[in-house]
Design a protein around this ligand. Structure first.
Ligand SMILES: Cc1cc2nc3c(=O)[nH]c(=O)nc-3n(C[C@H](O)[C@H](O)[C@H](O)COP(=O)(O)O)c2cc1C
Length: 350
């Protein structure tokens, strides 16, 4: 196997610069561990689970990774705004992840992410954890990237473009614009220490995408939607079938998805990308939301796929079959290696 060595593979001690996104309702202990076992790095998400369910996910991960105790080569992702709610039950989930010795914590979409970074670092200090827990922060603008680097000294920046599945800034630039802008802003800073590796996120579902971003200077790719067709993904069968049937144009951004399921409360300007639904179109064209919500609830009870919200990014088109996660990692890696070799063959001496 040819290896791809970047700042992220060295930092995490992994074989290929492919990072599974923490995806609420999709990335559990099984998916995260299989991605790490395959040579990438997996994040699990507790977004919609309680402490008991999250503890179960760690048991699953420990069993797959064959690590009954001690630190784990996976990470856990947290939504800042959920942690920031009054008496938030999510803080206990973050503490559970730290007690389990995750290698990295991922934070996104909060007003006060610095507070949670301090919590992680204090936990490391008190417990004497070495190496310390790596901090990943997902950003949508150059300004956010600079704050994360300068104020919080994060270990990894994830640059999330508008193409991303799930939640993100409604005004994020395309990832192809965002990544070079962040890299250039970091390199223009007067020497304030080595900048962190930057990972590209959003719509990246093939080895061609991975190799293109490595060539641009990213240290790797965060991949979400591509893993929604992993056998280990927690998506329901209805959602997985919808992903397989979807076309590239099927994944649309809207604030209405959250309104339909009463999960509003995201920071201003954050909406979500999911497969288009007649209910979303109806509300956007002025239909009464209360009535549409009732219809969606009824449809969901009947198992009607058009009533189920299926978060997905613009890379959803070419996903045609379920596969073990490890095969997806291998496919992405091998194709990226082939593209990198082909592009280096373009170079020649004058
Ligand atoms: C089903 C789903 C759930 C997601 N949940 C989260 C989450 O809980 N926290 C988070 O920071 N990002 C979440 N995201 C966004 C990812 O972190 C990442 O930016 C995105 O998956 C990258 O784009 P892609 O899906 O096109 O690969 C989610 C994405 C999807 C598709």
């Amino acid at each position: 196997m040819s290896t791809i060595k970047t700042a992220i593979t060295r930092l995490l001690g992994i074989k290929t610069p492919i990072v599974l996104a923490p995806m609420g309702g999709a990335s559990g202990g099984a998916l995260a561990s299989e991605v790490s076992l395959a040579g990438g790095f997996g994040f699990l998400s507790p977004a919609y689970t309680g402490v008991d369910k999250f503890r179960d996910e760690f048991h699953i991960a420990r069993s797959i990774l064959n690590r009954p105790s001690g630190p784990l080569p996976i990470g856990a992702g947290f939504l800042g705004w959920k942690l920031e709610e009054e008496r938030s039950p999510h803080v206990a989930l973050l503490e559970l992840a730290l007690e389990n010795g995750v290698q990295a914590i991922w934070l996104s979409f909060g007003e006060d992410l610095g507070r949670w970074i301090d919590l992680v670092r204090n936990h490391d200090q008190k417990s004497g954890k070495t190496p310390s827990t790596l901090i990943f922060v997902q950003v949508n603008t150059v300004e956010e990237a600079l704050i994360a680097f300068k104020n919080w000294k994060v270990d990894v920046l994830v640059a999330q473009g508008i193409e991303s599945g799930g939640h993100g800034s409604a005004s994020a630039p395309p990832v192809f614009n965002l990544v070079p802008q962040i890299l250039s802003a970091l390199s223009a800073l007067p020497s304030s220490g080595a900048p962190p590796p930057v990972l590209a996120a959003g719509g990246l579902s093939s080895g061609a995408h991975l190799s293109a971003f490595l060539t641009l200077g990213a240290a790797g790719a965060v991949v979400g939607t591509r893993f929604l067709v992993a056998e280990e993904c927690q998506y329901s069968d209805v959602q997985k079938r919808a992903i397989i049937a979807a076309k590239s144009s099927s994944a649309v951004r809207s604030y209405v998805f959250d309104k339909l399921r009463d999960t509003t409360g995201w920071p201003a300007g954050v909406n979500g990308r999911a497969l288009a639904m007649p209910a979303v179109e109806a509300v956007e064209s002025g239909a009464d939301i209360a009535k549409v919500k009732e219809e969606v609830a009824e449809g969901a009870k009947r198992g009607d796929p058009s009533s189920s919200i299926t978060w997905a990014g613009t890379g959803v088109g070419p996903l045609y079959r379920l596969q073990p996660a490890k095969d997806i990692v291998r496919e992405l890696h091998d194709a990226a290696v082939a593209y990198l070799k082909a592009s280096s063959a373009l170079l020649g001496d004058a």
